[in-house]
Write a protein that binds this ligand. Sequence first.
Ligand SMILES: O=C(O)[C@H](O)[C@@H](O)[C@H](O)[C@H](O)COP(=O)(O)O
Length: 223
Amino acid sequence: MILTEYPDRDMLALDLSDRLASELGSALRHKERVTFAVPGGTSPGPIFDALTAVRLDWDRVDVVLTDERWVPESAERSNTRLVRERLLQGHAAAATLLPLVADTPTPEEALEGLSEGLLPHLPIDVLVLGMGADMHTASLFPGADRLEAALAADAPALMAMRAPGAPEPRITLTAPVLRGAISIHVVITGAEKRAALERAAGMTPAEAPVATVLDEAVVHWAE
Ligand SMILES: O=C(O)[C@H](O)[C@@H](O)[C@H](O)[C@H](O)COP(=O)(O)O
């Protein structure tokens, strides 16, 4: 694990967005299309805002969420809504968003169709993940109903998850897909998550799901 510390969250957002743009640009020099996976939640917004001002061949970038809450796109908690409102703007409006939600009552009913739309775009070229203070990443939560299956080397690319403390069903990229990304960044802020990160480094993915990517990840932290 490489840990990069920043003096403040603005510097983290600006520097990380520069690095992501550089990695996307580099990948675009070798591939017709590249896959950029991003988290939901509250951390990525400022990074997204900075990326919207970056000139690159966004029309050849396929954006996919690392996970989604099973809520309508119009809901406040929708990560799809977050990406549409904060990332797919400005220059980045030309990017394609691969869907990770559908209008079925449960994620299980949409898994086959959403997986068909995702698989041709793997591996992920540039992956950004968040982390909760409970050391979850994407929607791989400690104690989740199918966590062991989602961490397994033979896990399907997408799985529905239900976890204690998650207010709604989730759909998530699984550990093999996250670990298979060519470049992995984890973005965390605050003292509580920094302490959780230190703990996770010595734990198993079953105890601390973020540990499934830490050996390959660059972790970006600001207070
Ligand atoms: O759907 C989500 O919430 C995210 O994808 C999730 O994995 C997030 O990255 C962490 O929960 C951290 O969330 P914050 O950035 O809001 O702390």
